[in-house]
Design a protein. Structure first.
Length: 116
């Protein structure tokens, strides 16, 4: 079973950047698609970005296209989310997920707060 630990969240001004990391334990990491999701207060959890097991295919929510980039390093068992041009509405708890539309193995989440 894969276990996930997110890091890299924090407080940033609007227009700034952050890079989230999700470190996975377990030898099966490279066999899973991976995703980043977020949940803002009072809202449902939503998909932000997904990457295939090989990294060859990615998809993004319309709200983050052109600003966020998902990537992975299977040698390091890590998936990343580079977030640029951050907006107030990007404030949320960000979760990493393995096999996001199947087993849905979740990390504990990391808070991202964008201030004006």
């Amino acid at each position: 079973q894969v276990q996930l630990v997110e890091s890299g969240g924090g407080l940033v001004q609007a227009g700034g950047s952050l890079r989230l990391s999700c470190a996975a334990s377990g030898r099966t990491f490279s066999s899973y698609a991976m995703g980043w999701f977020r949940q803002a207060p009072g809202k449902e959890r939503e998909s932000v970005a997904v990457i295939s097991w090989s990294g060859g295919s990615t998809s993004y929510a319309d709200s983050v296209k052109g600003r966020f980039t998902i990537s992975r390093d299977n040698a390091k068992n890590t998936v990343y989310l580079q977030m640029n041009s951050l907006k107030l509405e990007d404030t949320a708890v960000y979760y990493c997920a393995a096999d996001p539309f199947g087993l849905q193995i979740w990390g504990q989440g990391t808070q991202v707060t964008v201030s004006s």
